[in-house]
Design a protein around this ligand. Structure first.
Ligand code: FES
Length: 101
């Protein structure tokens, strides 16, 4: 069972293959914003994947276009509602929109 560690709170929880990062966050009361409800229509669920990025589902065009508008975009950025777990553990850092990290 893959685990997700959420930073900066450093909380590790169990997920399931095929769950999105947002699904797992919501199920475990992790404060990951999701203003659009998980429909790839905002950037509030932006996370930076610290480890395990290759095990996540591939990025679709919609996600890529949306992320282009996110502040603090990095090569390891994903939208939490679109990135789905594979078999391996991941560590993600939750971005705060507008703080410019
Ligand atoms: S919750 Fe809006 S894009 Fe992920």
């Amino acid at each position: 069972m893959p685990k997700i560690t959420f930073m900066p709170m450093n909380t590790t929880v169990d997920g399931k293959s095929g769950d999105s990062i947002l699904d797992v966050a919501v199920a475990n009361d992790i404060p990951l914003s999701h203003a659009c409800g998980g429909f790839c229509a905002c950037t509030t669920c932006h996370v930076i994947v610290k480890t395990g990025i290759d095990s996540l589902s591939d990025m679709g065009d919609d996600e890529e276009e949306r992320l282009d508008r996110a502040s603090g975009l990095t090569l390891h950025s994903r939208l939490g509602c679109q990135a789905k777990l594979g078999k391996s553990d991941v560590v993600v850092e939750i971005m705060k929109e507008g703080t410019g990290h």
